[in-house]
Design a protein. Structure first.
Lengths: 369, 479
C-alpha cells in the first residue's frame, strides 16, 4: 500500500521538478533582461488567477489544451507521434462550423451535439489518413501529419476567404456566425467560460477508460509497447494505427469544434494559433497519461492567459512564457538530467518520451489486413 | 567473487543465464565498472574503464553477436581502427598481407581478401578472433561462441582455441553447454546467482555434477518419454516456398507433416529457413508457393488471428521481441491473443476481474513464480517469463503447437519443466513442431527429425536414424 503511494508520488516528482526548473530558467532570462523575476511572476500569477476574470480566462485557454493534450497522448500510447493536431483541429472546426451555421431549425439539444460530433468526425478522418498511409506504405506519421497541417490550414483559408463558407456580409475572412442553437452556453455569467470546460473534464476519464478498460485501448497499448508481439498475437498493427490516429484526430477535431462553438462563434484562419503544438508539450508533461494531461493543460492555460497582463505590468515580453514552456519540456524530456540534479531515484513508470513515442522508431511495415 | 585464469589454459565459465557470467566479463573488458574489488592482469592491478584500456592490456573479446561490417573484406575488418596508412591513404595491400601472415601463424586459415558477407558464420567468427589477435590480445574472452555454429564448425573452433593456449595465450570460454565444457576446458568455474560455486577440472567432474552445481539441485539431463502413438497428420506443409525480407528464397520447396501425438523436431543451424517456415505457418509471412493445411482446412493465406483461432499455438524463438510485452502485467500477457474474446471481454469492454482470475489459475497450474498477476512481466526472471509464454500457448489447448527455441535463455530448472510439458501434451494428442538449434533438445524430445539446410528439408529421420553425428553432418550440408 505505502509502496504504491511512494511509487505514485515519484511519478509526479519529475514533472513537478521540471516545471519548477522551467520557471527558474525563465527567471534567469528575466534577470538578464534587467527586470526583477519576482515582479514578473507575481504579475503573471495575477494575470492568470487573481485579477478580474483572470481565472475564467485561464480556464477558457485550458480547454483546448485538454483535448489536444489527450489527442497527442493517445497517439504516444500506440507509439505514434501525431503532430497533426493543428490540421485535425481545423477540420474539426470546418465540420462543426458547417453544421453550426448551415443547419437550421434544430433544437439546441440536437444541434449542439450534432455540431460537436461533426467536429470529431472531421478530425477523425483527417487523422486516419496518416494512419492509413503509415499502415499501408510505411510513410512516417510525423512527415505526413505536418504536410496535412498545411493542407488543412490553407483549405480553411480558402473556404472562409473566397470559398463556399465565407460570410458574404463581412470583409474579414470568416464564416457566418454560428446559430444560437449550436453555441456552447456560457456557464459563468459575464465571462467567456463555456460548457466546453465540462466536456474537457469529462473527456479525461473517458479517454482513460478507453485506454485501460476497452479492447481497443488494449490493442493500442500492445502495439505501442511491442508491435512485433502484438502482431504475433494476431493483432492487426495496421488497423490499430488507423484507429488510433483517427481517435487522436477526433479529440483534436473536438478541440476545434469547441473553440468555434464556444469561443469565437465563427471559423477563422487563426483558429489554431499554435495551441496544437503547445499540446505536444502538454502531453509530454502529463506523461501521456489522461490524468496527467489535466494539470499540465491548466499550467499551459495559465501561462498563456497571464502573459499579456505580465507584459503590461512589468514590460517583460510575453515571450517569456515560451522560454518557460520550452525549458519545462527540456527538463521533462531529459529525466536523467533532472534525476542527476536532484538525486531522484528512478521512477518506476518512466514518462513517455519522444523517442519512445515514435520519432526514434522506424515504422514497422505492415499491411492493413 | 574470485576468478583466476592462468596463461596457457582454457578456462570455462559455466552458468545459467543470469548467473553473472557476461556481467563479469564486461567488467574485465571495461564495459561495466565493478562496485567493489579489482581486476589483476599479469599480477598487476589493471584499471580497465573502457574496451580501449582492455585492448591496450591485451584482452580481446568475441561477442555472441559479431561486430563485423559485412560489405568489407576480412582484412579491412581486421585492421579497422588500426589501419596502416601512408599520407592518409589506407594501404590495403599491406593490410591484406599482414592479416594473411597473422592468420597463417595462428593456424586460422581464412581468405583475407574475401568479403565478410560471403563467409560462413564459422569463418566470420574466425575473423572476430583474428581481429582480437591483431590488436595484440593474449587473453581472449569468447562469449557463447558455439551458439551459432554447426557441430563440425564447433569442433574446428575447439582446435583453434587449443592452438592459442598451446602458444601461451589464455582463453575464457563462456557457455552453458555442459558437453562443450567437458570437451574443451582445462579448468571450469561454475557460477550461480553471481557467485562462484565451484572451480574444477573436466577429469574431476561429470556433466551431471556440473548441472547440479549450476542449478543447485540434482537435474534430469534427459526427460523420460515413452513411445509416441501418432494419429493422423494435423499440420501439413506442402511444397512451400517462402522468401525472406530481401526476397531471397528462404524456404525452398519444403514438404512436412506433423501428426497428432508426435513431436517433429526441425534441426538446423539458425538462419536456414526455420524462421520463415514458422512465419508462413502462422500467417505472419505470405508464402510464394505451396500450401499449408490444418486438418483438412487450407490455412495458407489466412491472417495470423484466424490461424491462432483455428488451433495453432506458437512459442516464438525470440521471447522479448515477439513472445511477450514486458511492460504489460503478467495477467495481460497470459491473454495476449484472447484479449477481445469472452470471457476476457464483453463487447468492447475488457473483463479485468476475469483476466486476473484466469491468471491466478494459470500461475498456479504452471508454477510461475510471480507475486501477483498484476505485476509487470519485466519483474519476472527470464525462465518465468518463458513459462508465461508456454502457459499461455498450452492453456488454450491448441491442436498444433509450433515451438521455436522453447528453452532459449531459460534456466536448467525451467528447461526441465518445459520439456516435460511438451511430452505430456504430445501424449495427450497434441501435434508439436519443435524448432531448435540445440541439438540436445531435438535429440531428447523429437520422435521424428527434419533437418533443414539452406531452406530445404534435406532429410527426415526416424527411430534409430536419430543420432547426433548424422544430424550434425546433415546440418552442415554434407548429404
Amino acid at each position: 500500500m505505502t509502496a504504491a503511494v511512494i511509487a505514485r508520488a515519484r511519478s509526479f516528482a519529475l514533472p513537478l521538478v521540471s516545471v519548477l526548473l522551467g520557471l527558474a530558467a525563465g527567471a534567469v532570462a528575466v534577470l538578464l533582461a534587467g527586470t526583477n523575476p519576482a515582479d514578473a511572476y507575481v504579475a503573471l500569477f495575477q494575470g492568470s488567477f487573481t485579477n478580474n476574470n483572470a481565472f475564467t480566462e485561464t480556464l477558457v485557454a485550458t480547454i483546448p489544451y485538454v483535448f489536444l493534450g489527450l489527442s497527442v497522448s493517445v497517439g504516444f500510447r500506440a507509439g505514434l507521434f501525431n503532430i497533426g493536431g493543428a490540421g485535425q483541429l481545423f477540420l474539426g472546426g470546418i465540420f462543426a462550423a458547417f453544421i453550426g451555421y448551415r443547419v437550421t431549425g434544430l433544437p439546441v439539444v440536437l444541434h449542439l451535439p450534432l455540431a460537436l460530433l461533426a467536429g470529431m468526425v472531421g478530425g477523425f478522418l483527417w487523422g486516419a489518413i496518416p494512419g492509413l498511409l503509415k499502415a499501408r506504405f510505411g510513410a512516417h506519421e510525423v512527415i505526413t501529419t505536418i504536410m496535412l497541417n498545411y493542407i488543412a490550414a490553407l483549405l480553411t483559408d480558402f473556404l472562409v476567404n473566397r470559398g463556399s463558407m465565407s460570410d458574404p456580409h463581412t470583409a474579414s475572412p470568416q464564416t457566418p456566425p454560428m446559430l444560437a442553437t449550436a453555441r456552447l452556453p456560457i456557464i459563468v455569467p459575464d465571462s467567456r467560460l463555456h460548457l466546453g470546460l465540462l466536456l474537457a473534464i469529462l473527456a479525461v476519464p473517458v479517454v482513460w477508460f478507453l485506454l485501460e478498460r476497452t479492447t481497443i485501448g488494449f490493442r493500442i497499448r500492445a502495439v505501442g509497447l511491442n508491435a512485433a508481439a502484438a502482431r504475433g498475437a494476431g493483432i492487426s498493427v495496421g488497423w490499430t494505427m488507423v484507429t488510433v490516429m483517427g481517435i487522436s484526430g477526433a479529440l483534436a477535431g473536438l478541440a476545434g469544434a469547441v473553440q468555434v462553438l464556444g469561443v469565437s462563434g465563427v471559423l477563422t484562419p487563426s483558429l489554431s494559433s499554435g495551441v496544437a503544438f503547445d499540446a505536444i508539450a502538454v502531453a509530454l508533461l502529463g506523461g501521456s497519461n489522461p490524468a496527467g494531461v489535466l494539470p499540465a493543460a491548466l499550467l499551459f492555460g495559465a501561462l498563456k492567459s497571464g502573459a499579456s497582463f505580465m507584459q503590461l505590468q512589468t514590460q517583460v515580453s510575453a515571450d517569456l512564457i515560451s522560454i518557460v514552456q520550452a525549458a519545462v519540456i527540456v527538463f521533462v524530456a531529459a529525466p536523467l538530467l533532472v534525476r542527476w540534479l536532484f538525486r531522484l531515484r528512478a521512477a518506476p513508470a518512466a514518462p513517455v518520451s519522444i523517442t519512445e513515442g515514435g520519432l526514434g522508431q522506424t515504422p514497422p511495415r505492415e499491411g492493413v489486413a | 567473487m574470485d576468478l583466476t585464469v592462468d596463461w596457457g589454459e582454457v578456462h570455462a565459465l559455466l552458468g545459467e543465464n543470469g548467473a553473472g557470467k557476461t556481467t563479469l566479463m564486461n567488467v574485465v573488458y571495461g564495459l561495466t565498472r565493478p562496485d567493489a574489488g579489482e581486476v589483476l592482469f599479469d599480477g598487476q592491478p589493471a584499471h580497465v574503464s573502457s574496451p580501449l584500456d582492455a585492448i591496450r592490456l591485451g584482452i580481446g573479446m568475441v561477442h555472441q553477436h559479431f561486430m563485423l561490417i559485412p560489405p568489407l573484406t576480412v582484412a579491412e575488418n581486421v585492421v579497422l581502427g588500426h589501419e596502416t596508412a601512408r599520407t592518409g591513404v589506407m594501404d590495403l595491400q599491406e593490410a591484406r598481407r599482414e592479416v594473411a601472415r597473422l592468420a597463417e601463424a595462428q593456424g586460422l586459415e581464412v581468405d583475407a581478401g574475401a568479403r565478410v558477407a560471403d563467409l560462413s558464420v564459422g569463418m566470420q567468427q574466425r575473423v572476430e578472433i583474428l581481429k582480437a589477435l591483431y590488436r595484440g590480445a593474449r587473453l581472449l574472452v569468447l562469449d557463447e561462441p558455439t551458439a551459432v555454429l554447426t557441430p563440425p564448425e564447433a569442433e574446428r573452433l575447439f582446435e583453434v582455441v587449443r592452438q592459442l593456449t598451446d602458444a601461451g595465450s589464455a582463453v575464457i570460454f563462456i557457455t552453458h553447454k555442459l558437453a562443450e565444457v567437458m570437451a574443451v576446458a582445462d579448468r571450469i568455474t561454475v557460477m550461480r546467482r553471481g557467485q562462484v560455486v565451484a572451480t574444477t577440472a573436466p577429469a574431476d567432474s561429470s556433466p551431471a555434477d556440473l548441472a547440479r552445481l549450476m542449478v543447485g539441485r540434482p537435474v534430469l539431463l534427459r526427460v523420460e518419454k515413452g513411445e509416441a502413438h501418432p494419429g493422423d497428420a494435423v499440420l501439413r506443409v506442402d511444397d512451400l516456398v517462402v522468401e525472406d525480407d530481401r526476397h531471397n528464397t528462404a524456404v525452398d520447396h519444403v514438404s512436412l507433416d506433423v501428426r497428432a501425438g508426435e513431436i517433429v523436431g526441425v534441426a538446423g543451424v539458425e538462419g536456414n529457413g526455420q524462421d520463415q517456415l514458422i512465419e508462413a505457418i502462422l500467417g505472419l509471412r505470405h508464402p510464394r508457393h505451396g500450401r499449408i493445411l490444418l486438418g483438412e482446412r487450407d490455412i495458407t493465406h489466412l491472417s495470423t488471428r484466424r490461424v491462432l483461432l483455428d488451433g495453432i499455438g506458437h512459442i516464438p524463438a525470440d521471447r522479448h521481441s515477439m513472445g511477450v510485452i514486458v511492460d504489460l502485467n503478467v495477467a495481460d500477457n497470459l491473454i495476449l491473443s484472447d484479449y477481445d474474446r469472452p470471457p476476457y471481454a464483453r463487447g468492447l469492454l475488457r473483463q479485468i476481474a476475469t483476466v486476473i482470475e484466469h491468471a491466478r489459475r494459470v500461475i498456479r497450474a504452471f508454477d510461475i513464480r510471480a507475486e501477483s498477476p498484476e505485476q509487470p512481466l519485466s519483474s519476472l526472471s527470464g525462465g518465468n517469463q518463458q513459462k508465461v509464454v508456454v502457459a499461455r500457448e498450452l492453456d488454450s489447448d491448441p491442436r498444433v503447437l509450433v515451438a521455436s527455441q522453447p528453452t532459449r535463455g531459460v534456466d536448467v530448472g525451467s528447461i526441465e519443466f518445459i520439456h516435460r510439458q511438451l511430452i505430456s501434451r504430445r501424449d495427450a494428442g497434441m501435434a508439436v513442431l519443435l524448432v531448435s538449434s540445440e541439438l540436445d533438445e531435438i535429440l531428447s524430445l523429437a520422435d521424428r527429425v527434419a533437418v533443414m539446410y539452406r531452406g530445404r528439408v534435406v532429410a527426415v529421420l526416424e527411430g534409430d536414424q536419430i543420432e547426433s553425428g548424422r544430424i550434425g553432418l546433415l546440418m552442415a550440408g554434407a548429404a
